[in-house]
Write a new protein. Structure first.
Length: 329
């Protein structure tokens, strides 16, 4: 037999409202009464009916998250921050993964909407006005991270272009003459939303241009980028820096260079972007851009839940980044 709050109220000799306040840790009752209600609920093996509760309060107290995958350590850190902050604010999280497939992304969004989530945090591979119209039809608060879609949607992130420009100027100050930029996602330019990657490339090129670097950079977009690097020699007079659009690529490059017998940074420098937590185990310490991944996750949740609860997103300016000056450059 299912135990209800009415059963608990009768045994404790209190009102339904008092039981509700005790079970949901709300103010308005004495500590003695709260303990009594919780003890009776425990003894009776009470389980809340979330479906009924959502009908009463008009919310399911859940939010959805749409990400690419969890292979990138940054995404794992992000998801952990989102889940912890949501739970702190009384919400649970549905996680969906798209594998960077636009159609999968639409299916994930519809899955979340059908499960009545109160809001969605979206890392999108879709864009264009048709996608704006698609999202609007659901009438669900949506906040975007990383890949900007349009002004129609709340956005939490950093100044991607300026961050890479600053990183590039730092590399130039170390007297590098030849530059290789490695970013396989650029192969999807024009076919998918790769806003962060396009902005980082633009910042890299602007940094070179403003420093009057005359020799054109080499840009590698191939997924088999290690095979491409095999075709280059790094023992030339012009000192080479390999700039990677994320730390995972940089770690692969460092491993390749070490296997080939090159010394970092004497023979070739390497820079990443993200500052993933596993870098503390890497030697030499990778020079990178510290992406405020945990702060982005927390700010996204706080802003979205404020929209759900109070009707407005929180003002969230673009967050700060930092150049981590390791020994790889």
């Amino acid at each position: 037999m299912k135990v209800t709050i009415k059963d608990i109220a009768q045994i404790c000799g209190v009102s339904l409202g008092t039981v509700d306040r005790a079970l949901n840790n709300r103010k308005g009752i004495s500590e003695k009464t709260r303990k009594k209600v919780l003890q009776v609920a425990k003894e009776m093996n009470y389980r809340p009916d979330y479906t009924a509760r959502s009908l009463v309060i008009g919310k399911t107290l859940t939010i959805g998250v749409v990400l690419f995958d969890l292979y990138n350590r940054s995404f794992a850190q992000l998801l952990n921050a989102i889940e912890l902050k949501a739970r702190e604010l009384g919400y649970f999280v549905y996680i969906t993964l798209t594998d960077k497939n636009p159609e999968n992304e639409r299916q994930c969004i519809e899955y979340l909407v059908n499960r009545k989530v109160d809001g969605i945090i979206l890392f999108s591979v879709n864009k264009r006005k048709s996608f704006d119209a698609y999202l609007k039809k659901f009438h669900v608060p949506i906040l975007t991270i990383f890949n900007y879609i349009s002004d129609e949607w709340e956005y939490v992130g950093i100044q991607e272009r300026q961050a890479m420009k600053d990183a590039t100027k730092y590399i130039i100050s170390k007297d590098y003459q030849r530059f290789i930029y490695l970013c396989p996602p650029l192969a999807y330019s024009g076919r998918s939303n790769i806003y962060t990657q396009e902005e980082r490339l633009a910042g890299f090129l602007e940094g070179l241009n403003e420093a009057n670097v005359s020799h054109p950079p080499i840009i590698i977009k191939e997924s088999e980028y290690i095979d491409v690097l095999h075709t280059y020699s790094f023992n030339e007079d012009r000192k080479t820096a390999i700039v990677c659009s994320c730390d995972l690529y940089a770690l692969e490059v460092m491993n390749f260079l070490k296997e080939k017998g090159y010394e970092i940074p004497r023979d070739v420098g390497v820079m990443g972007f993200d500052d993933i937590d596993m870098l503390k185990y890497v030697t030499p310490r990778l020079t990178t851009v510290k992406y405020p991944i945990v702060e982005i996750g927390c700010k996204a949740v706080e802003s979205l839940i404020n929209k759900i609860d109070s009707g407005d997103f929180l003002p969230t300016p673009l967050l700060d980044y930092e150049i981590i000056k390791g020994e790889s450059i």
